[in-house]
Design a protein around this ligand. Sequence first.
Ligand code: NAI
Ligand code: MG
Length: 361
Amino acid sequence: TTRSLLILPGDGIGPEVMAEVRKIIDWFGTQGLAFEVSEDLVGGAAYDAHGTPLHDDTMAKAQEVDAVLLGAVGGPKYDALDFSVKPERGLLRLRKEMDLYANLRPAQCFDALADFSSLKKDVVAGLDIMIVRELTSGVYFGEPRGIHKEGNERVGINTQRYTESEIARVARSAFELAHKRAGKVCSMEKANVMESGILWRDVVQEVHDAEYPDVELSHMYADAGAMQLTRWPKQFDVIVTDNLFGDLLSDLAAMLTGSLGMLPSASLGAPMANGRPKALYEPVHGSAPDIAGQGKANPIACILSFAMALRYSFDLGAEADKLEKAVEAVLADGLRTADLLGEEGTTPVSTAEMGDAIVAK
Ligand code: NAI
Ligand code: MG
């Protein structure tokens, strides 16, 4: 079997955390598990080289490989650029053209970090939830959009728009996932104030009743969901929600487990000819310009994203377990990057030291 992987480190801390994943890929290579790895530019790095945040050749490569692993894009250097060439556009194009409609964001609490959470230990200890965020539609893409002049003032416009089939396919992803987990899905929208929310609730219920009646389905307003996620997150197993609410709720869930630097994600689309789903794996965090270039970034989110790739794209569940256990063991030993330390002033380890320790385990 060939296992092809396209690595797109991107900007800021992207290349720093990806260098640690490379060490792990190399280690698997020494164990006889080879990956066909290619590397390319995305985001600001691609704009600097080609004048576009994603070259057509890179896009074509992404469509061919078994999995894409991306670091992060963006940074202050590119903030003034026109929207059409902003670094984020490179990532949005990948997601859109690969049609990655289901974004999987696990929020898992490693025991060694339960004390670090901003919530009480018993609220987060053993937490294991999965937020499924619709990723290719909704208010980030809806038309009309833009800033228009109306009389004497400017008006900023975005449109939330969902079709039935867009809702149904992401609902199926959530129900399929629930089958492999605790068999529970909570769907979140704002059916009280949004038309798209009313349709969302109806379609999720219809897909459930017709195809997944065995899954326990509940519905919740997304604002109440935010409240419940901090009050007692363990009530949830799989949460399915739209693009905008999923963006917010998954960042909130990230803080339940300690740091954005711990949170991996997978974005899956329809199956390819070889049966593997189109897939892009990336840490939830961004390019962190405030700490870029200082060796401070936590590489674990990116490393755990690779673990998800092992599991969902390459059918290497045992190897994914092994990698996750190495991460857990290193944390249990007390190793912490700066983002995982409170104010106490314990000495943090660097990005590279954390990567080396995980490889050693
Ligand atoms: P961010 O996620 O880059 O940073 C938020 C905070 O978390 C910062 O204080 C940062 O230092 C910290 N942080 C993030 N990842 C960390 C890690 N691995 N280890 C230690 N600390 C970490 O979000 P922010 O600051 O809002 O955005 C910065 C840039 O990244 C912007 O240009 C933004 O557009 C872009 N961005 C890109 C994303 C992507 O590539 N998927 C996602 C979010 C933002
Ligand atoms: Mg976000």
